[in-house]
Write a protein that binds this ligand. Sequence first.
Ligand code: PRX
Length: 653
Amino acid sequence: MSHSPVFNVSPETLSRTRVNASQYAQMYARSLSNPEAFWAEQAQELLEWRAPFHKTLDWNFHTADVRWFEGGKLNVSENCLDRHLATRGDKIALIWEGNEPGDTRSITYRELHRAVCETTTLLRSLGVKKGDRVAIYLPMIIEAAVCMLACTRIGAVHTVVFAGFSAEALRDRINDCGCSLLITANEGLRGSKTIPLKATADVAVEECPSIRNVLVVQRTDAPCDMRPDRDMWYHQALAGLSGADDSTPEPMDSEDPMFILYTSGSTGKPKGVLHTTAGYLLYATHTFRYVFDLQEDDVHFCTADIGWITGHSYVLYGPLSNGATSLMFESVPTYPDAGRYWDIVERHKATIVYTAPTAIRALAKEGDEYVTRYCRDSIRLLGTVGEPINPDAWLWYHSVVGEGRCPIVDTWWQTETGGVMISPLPGAIPTKPGSATRPLFGVQPLIVDEQGKELLGNGVTGRLCIRFPWPGMMRTVYGDHERFRQTYFSTFPGLYFTGDGCRRDEDGYYWITGRVDDVLNVAGHRLGTAEVESAIVRSGAVAEAAVVGVPHDVKGQGIAAFCVLHADFSPTNDTRTKILATVREVISAIATPDHIWFVAGLPKTRSGKIMRRILRKIGEGEYSAVGDVSTLAEPGVVAEIVQLVETSRATKK
Ligand code: PRX
């Protein structure tokens, strides 16, 4: 919007910045006119190779095949650790802030290297080899980083499962990719709650035939059941190595799989997004350096959990590959109170804060005093990720947290893209609250209409696609390449379709408007409507369910579930509780519906397709915008649903 305020880069930022406006323009132009030369140069400059690559790129967006840096050999852990030892051995690699304020630990590059080598030896002694899949179900503790890095040293493919996920979700992920080892902890701590990780893992592993061993990190003193033929304490197993060393890094091919991360789509079960070694590492390294305008003395505080892509790219791999100091936070932003982030900033002198709009909105609600009571002089840059940020939240972040002096990078990207795709570069691009601004180097976005026709020029709104590969893009859906092709490359043939709606304003700035498919974004977490619906039906009370996103002032989007009950269930609180409990058990608390509305029938076309558009409008409270319902199989259900929702909302108020 041309009338949005524009925030220019301050002279203070400009004085230390990596790239200024004209350099951005030049570099961007070159990254488009000769992408292969651009990325080959970045790959040589930013990574250490065991063998050089001979072909920079090979690609076909019709068959969904992309290969970068063929012929090259490298190892991720060597790039994140060994190569820094000579110059940064005593520099802090990770600062850990535990659940309780002040419970902290720091680990230097040399110490982290040693810990990773020991764990590599341990994993190899358990038979883990290159290409094996290892599931990691751990809280935000240093051991999580150590285990991920040890996998990459061996060339084993890690799949990190967020510690808030249920036993079923963990089981399905392990089985989908056939993990042989699971690494978990006895329990996790999040605010005033304890999370029984090992007990949950035990339930999952009951039905995971591929798991041979379970390694258990001792996070607390709480006891847990151990099955002697399968389970072992991590610390005891390490002690049992008695100095043995089998930690030589495996030279990996550029396109060897590096990790799998499960994410929700619009249909079916979560899919295993597969990232490969060189392209992912280069993209995480490059984007971290440029988006955050990395300086040697930075303390990077990314609040994301390691169970999400943001944690992979910007807590772990991006920072460590660059030799930076990264802060890992175990707890939640409101424990013990809403000042926790800023308490951490003050004590650890964080220079960059990278968090989600949902956290910003939740904290802004608690009042400025929780922020202003702590010193934030160390912060020089703020970032957001995960969902569109509303201008009010942006302005609060800018003026209260950043005292009006720190640029904000609103970074748009996805699990699939591996790293940031659209974002301002501090020092180069003036910002507008709510806009992710401009594409990063090598990123070629375009906006198309529903038929796939490109909308040229500025001032257009449509669907966001990318027309050219970038090194960090996912390579396949694990075990199902056809699903990969179908999901991303078949809607608009020849283009990568992001699933997002987008506007390009008069100045050529990009504004992401949210998902245009059946994917929800609840507090920055991705969920498929189909996934939540099938969990609701699993409760046994519901014959049919339809789920839509509804506006929510803290979570961005909340979940509304329209449920048709089985004849022998009544719309009581007990039924509601049963449904909620099932959703938590099948997926996780993240997927808990905010509204459950018991309806007599769902609006369907005559061919039986549920008209979510209508339910969405009702959920948004735009009852008069439901449009023409005369073509529905039973048009009368719409008026009934509207009445029910209106009444339920009126009684809540
Ligand atoms: O809809 C976009 C939204 O989050 C989706 C990707 O979710 P996920 O794979 O879980 O990755 C989140 C962290 C990278 C996108 O399709 N999204 C992400 N960042 C932004 C955003 N929407 C608007 N603005 C953003 N900065």
